[in-house]
Unconditional design. Structure first.
Length: 523
């Protein structure tokens, strides 16, 4: 019962903080961390114990899966070079730099243990970065690079962490074994992810019930992650491969009802999981600080060095990774160099999150030969990197973007491209209507033809830039009409003139129409 009360309390805090964040235009992940930090010092507030296996096997797979499903595969493929340079190269660079510097300051701690700490703090989490990026209008390409990095860098960090910990606890690791570990993790993850994509595509295509489709989508990330781990592959890579494939096929993979329900379902799951993770991160401060027994001077020095290495090291990697490959003519022709504002923003968007927390808690208690090392200090360093990057970089990223002014997407070109494709789609719809209109009432055919024309015109109207287009006026007025209809049905139900079933059926139809209005009213 106590555990249930704790969970309900945490969810209530997440909902309340998210509501406050939206009311005042703040970023919910950052506010949740700050609230968690404050609550950690309130007497009597229960602090949940985090099991790193729970994070890796229960929390991470669905978050990765929904991000992969939403990712554009063509955009991911086009940006594969910068994504891999960040997801693999940047993680290895930061982990090595942190490991070497900490080992130089703590020569009594084996290098392998220091490299394990480097793997802990190396992978950024793009949850907060992409939330800020979308809000301040950064280009889709920057968002894609940040999201693609966060999809793959977890696998790099987890493999490196596993190898470093094995060496630190006394397991003999040769370069050949490291190579095998990497190949097995990546190759096994890709293979299991591909098999999972085929299997779940088969199941989705033969399922017509939206509830079953949602159940399959919930099962998918856990099934492929568990299968990959059983084969010693990377569960992270497996989940990403399956999610990318199914997301790319989503428009033809399941029914419209299934897609609508799945979108709402995963939106709620993502909101709750991310909120709980950031809140719990903040709540850990009290326990982590209580475990520290490091001299103040050493504590401050190591914290400062690790934070500077993480932040400055990202700049040192991103700038050469952005411009050096473009010295190759073929790359430069295909992808010209961006202005310096782009790598500046990407460099500053290096917030850490759930994987850093999980791996920090997974650091071994002792090293080879039961040797002691400052584990509590290492856990603190991982936690400090999470809080520092989330709070400082997360809150200042909009300011940095305003100062350097990275080029935004051209909304006019977006609308123009959408209008051109919508025109072709409307033409195809009219042809299909004419082919199947025999025997249908003339007024029905005319209404469908008019609906197609209105949808096509609505996209062109956005190019006009007027305060209220005919389509937006239609959406506003139709919403008012639906509100009036709902009130009449509710009153009739309350007075006993219609049964509850009639109200539910009418309500469902009106809700569906309003959801379509919300979609058509987006700009």
């Amino acid at each position: 019962m106590e555990a249930l009360i704790e969970v309900v309390g945490l969810v209530a805090v997440v909902v309340a903080v998210a509501a406050v964040a939206r009311r005042f235009g703040l970023l919910a992940p950052i506010l949740l961390v700050v609230v968690g930090l404050a609550l950690s010092f309130v007497p009597g507030i229960p602090v949940p114990t985090i099991d790193q296996e729970l994070v890796i096997t229960v929390i991470l797979p669905p978050l990765l899966y929904v991000a992969a499903v939403d990712m554009s595969v063509p955009a991911f493929r086009f940006n594969l070079r910068p994504i891999l340079l960040l997801a693999v190269g940047h993680v290895l660079f930061i982990a090595t730099a942190v490991g070497l510097l900490v080992h130089a300051l703590l020569p009594s701690v084996p290098l392998a243990a220091c490299l394990a700490l480097g793997a802990v703090v190396a992978p950024p989490d793009a949850v907060s970065a992409t939330a800020v990026a979308r809000r301040i209008g950064l280009s889709r390409r920057v968002v894609t690079i940040l999201e693609g990095e966060s999809l793959l860098n977890d696998a790099t960090a987890l493999v490196l962490f596993r190898v470093a910990v094995a060496a630190a606890v006394g397991t003999a690791i040769t370069p050949g074994q490291i190579a095998v570990e990497v190949v097995v993790a990546a190759g096994g993850g890709i293979l299991v992810g591909a098999v999972g994509a085929v299997v779940f595509r088969f199941l989705h295509q033969r399922t017509t019930d939206p509830l079953l489709d949602n159940a399959l989508s919930l099962l998918a990330p856990f099934a492929v992650a568990a299968a990959a781990e059983q084969l010693h592959g990377s569960g992270v890579v497996a989940v990403v491969v399956t999610g990318l494939y199914l997301g790319h096929r989503l428009p033809t993979l399941m029914s419209a009802a299934s897609r609508l329900q799945m979108h709402a379902f995963w939106k709620m799951v993502k909101f709750l999981l991310e909120g709980l993770v950031f809140l719990v991160v903040g709540l850990q401060l009290r326990g982590i600080v209580a475990d520290l027994n490091t001299p103040v001077g050493e504590f401050v020095l190591l914290t400062t060095v690790v934070l500077l290495t993480v932040v400055v090291g990202r700049f040192m990697w991103v700038f050469p990774a952005t411009y050096l490959p473009r010295r190759i003519p073929s790359i430069r022709r295909r992808d010209p160099s961006p202005p310096m504002s782009v790598p500046i923003v990407i460099s500053w968007a290096g917030m850490r999150g759930v994987v850093t927390l999980a791996t920090a808690l997974a650091l071994p208690a002792t090293l080879a030969g039961d040797a002691r090392y400052p584990r509590a200090l290492f856990v603190w360093l991982g936690f400090a990197v999470i809080v520092f990057t989330l709070v400082l970089q997360g809150t200042t990223l909009p300011l940095v973007a305003r100062l350097v002014k990275p080029p935004p997407d051209d909304r006019t070109q977006d609308y123009l491209a959408e209008a051109q494709v919508q025109n072709l789609a409307s033409r195809a719809a009219r042809v299909r209507l004419d082919e199947n209109a025999d025997g249908a009432p003339a007024d029905v055919v005319s209404r469908l033809r008019r609906l197609t024309e209105e949808r096509s015109n609505a996209v062109w109207e956005r190019l006009g830039g007027s305060a209220e287009t005919p389509s937006s006026a239609y959406v506003r007025l139709r919403r008012e009409m639906l509100d009036a209809e709902r009130e009449v049905f509710r009153t009739a139900r309350d007075e006993g003139r219609i049964p509850e079933e009639v109200l539910v059926r009418a309500q469902r139809q009106m809700d569906l129409e309003e959801s379509l209005l919300e979609r058509s009213g987006e700009t």
